[in-house]
Design a protein around this ligand. Structure first.
Ligand code: AMP
Ligand code: ZN
Length: 496
């Protein structure tokens, strides 16, 4: 079908490299998931949609993939040292696990709205305390950590001298780290070096989320969960590790240090990082009001936009920039995305209706070349915007075949069916879009079916002289602004 080789930009080497999985035909992929202490924001959505397209494309290429995306539900501290989950629990007067459940549910619902595929495993940090304690022990045994007053710290200086890889991912050198480490400010004095970071933290007596360990009743450091859970489910070295580029330091740098410190091997062969979502050219940030929630974007209730946009239009908008570039959300950009999205969906509907009697095949080569180019683009570090532009090269051709400006009979049957299949595969299988028109039709069909059922129940009630039920149905429907009219030809209904 397509012959180019997949290349990915590896953040660890800062180079585009040919992708070669450890075991041919299989891929292990780990992506850092959300910290579930508040509503998922659009920046998170951008990162998870990007990795969803990567996952979908690798599946499309025929790989068997174990895709692990964790849920962080302990240990991710704020700058003031408070655990994010505990802060959520305190503010909302909920149990910490209620906070975790609430925002995990919200995250899943949002991922569904954006039509992303579920990961193969979604492990939680609190469900893997034993594995994390075991990893701390290994790092201690290998001499890359030390214990102080019940907490255990990773010894970055000793590690950097012994392994010569600390800083490879983020490009930072240990001296620069002296002034930068913000980890565990409260216990700064306990560390031998400011860039050391806690892998186990002793909990204060009032701290709720804590577990027994050889060192203290405490909890794991945030970076540790990803090291422990990726090792457990994907092995000590696996293929792809992903996340937003804001996680490169300290999270991913320290993850690598922990894995090398525990197992003496690099956790992942390829590190992929998504870039940030901006709004009107600035980082989306709650503190200066430069933010919009997904719901506000769908309803249009925000000063930043002039109208609401469907989730698929928002997703289409996100797909128009490469995952490693920033993505700047603007009202004009969304309006343009809406137009383009409708155009490509319309073209797909038209395309699926075309038939050919294949009187010649002189258009085949041109069409096949464009399709091939779309795969070449995807193989070039998942260049979705470029692959999308190939579909848009096809759109005017499809439209001309419909109005007869291009004679569709100049396409062979094979070429037309390949075009029909690949065009819709790109939209739905690879990019994970849905046609909003189908969605509306689907809802319309469901509503019509439901109304047939209700009218039927009301008819039986009337036949049985059960006027109470019949009236209740009519009144309730009227409350919902649905009018029913009984006529000679049966009962009709309409939405007011
Ligand atoms: P968090 O819940 O903050 O741990 O973030 C979950 C994922 O979303 C991580 O991979 C982050 O890098 C990513 N992320 C956070 N903010 C943004 C943003 N503004 N744009 C893109 N990705 C983001
Ligand atoms: Zn992580």
């Amino acid at each position: 079908m397509h012959n180019s080789t997949l290349q990915v930009h590896n953040s660890l080497t800062r180079k585009k490299e040919v992708f070669k999985p450890i075991n041919e035909g299989y891929i292990g992929m780990y992506v850092c998931g959300p910290t579930v202490y508040n509503d998922v924001h659009l920046g998170n959505v951008r990162t998870f949609v990007s990795f969803d397209v990567i996952y979908r494309y690798l599946l499309y290429l025929g790989y068997k993939i174990r895709y692990v995306r964790n849920i962080t539900d302990v240990g991710h501290l704020l700058d003031d040292g408070e655990d994010r989950i505990l802060k959520g629990a305190r503010l909302e007067k909920l149990e910490p696990m209620e906070v975790v459940q609430k925002y995990t549910n919200g995250f899943h619902a949002m991922m569904e709205i954006f039509n992303t595929k579920k990961p193969s495993i979604e492990p939680r940090a609190t469900g893997h305390i034993i594995e994390q304690i075991e990893m701390v022990q290994k790092i201690l045994d290998n001499g890359f950590a030390y214990e102080k007053n019940g907490s255990v710290y990773f010894d970055t200086l000793k590690f950097a001298k012994a392994k010569d890889c600390y800083g490879d991912l983020s490009g930072r050198i240990i001296d620069d780290l002296l002034s930068e480490s913000r980890d565990n400010l409260k216990n700064q004095d306990e560390k031998n070096h400011p860039s050391d970071f806690a892998i186990w933290m002793k909990a204060s007596p009032e701290h709720i989320m804590k577990w027994p360990s050889p060192w203290s009743e405490g909890f794991p450091g945030w970076h540790l969960e990803c090291s422990a859970m990726s090792t457990k489910y994907l092995g000590s070295t696996f293929d792809i590790h992903g996340g937003g580029n804001d996680l490169k330091f300290p999270h991913h740098e320290n993850e690598i240090a922990q894995n090398v410190g525990a197992c003496n091997c690099q956790p992942a062969n390829y590190w992929l990082h998504t870039n940030m979502l901006l709004m009107n050219g600035r980082k989306m940030s709650k503190s200066d009001g430069n933010t919009i929630t997904p719901t506000e974007l769908f309803t249009g209730e925000s000063p930043h936009i002039t109208k609401g946009y469907t989730p698929m239009v928002v997703k289409f908008f996100m797909l128009q920039s490469h995952y490693s570039s920033t993505n700047d959300l603007t009202n004009d950009g969304l309006l343009a995305a809406e137009k383009a999205y409708k155009r490509v969906m319309e073209a797909n509907r038209t395309l699926q209706q075309l038939t050919t009697n294949a009187s010649s095949n002189d258009l085949d080569e041109e069409i096949n070349n464009i399709i091939e180019s779309a795969f070449v683009d995807m193989n070039d570090d998942f260049n979705v915007p470029k692959a999308l532009s190939r579909l848009f090269e096809l759109v005017p051709k499809i439209n001309s075949m419909k109005d007869g400006h291009i004679d569709v009979n100049h396409l062979s049957k094979d070429c037309l069916s390949n075009l029909q299949k690949t065009f819709s595969d790109f939209l739905f299988e690879i990019f994970g879009l849905q046609d909003d028109q189908d969605q509306n039709d689907g809802q319309g069909t469901a509503l019509a079916g439901l109304m047939d059922l209700i009218i039927d129940i009301r008819k039986s009630a009337r036949e049985n002289k059960d006027w109470g039920t019949a009236d209740k149905i009519r009144d309730k429907l009227s409350e919902l602004n649905i009018q029913v009219k009984d006529g000679k030809d049966g009962t009709e209904w309409s939405l007011n």
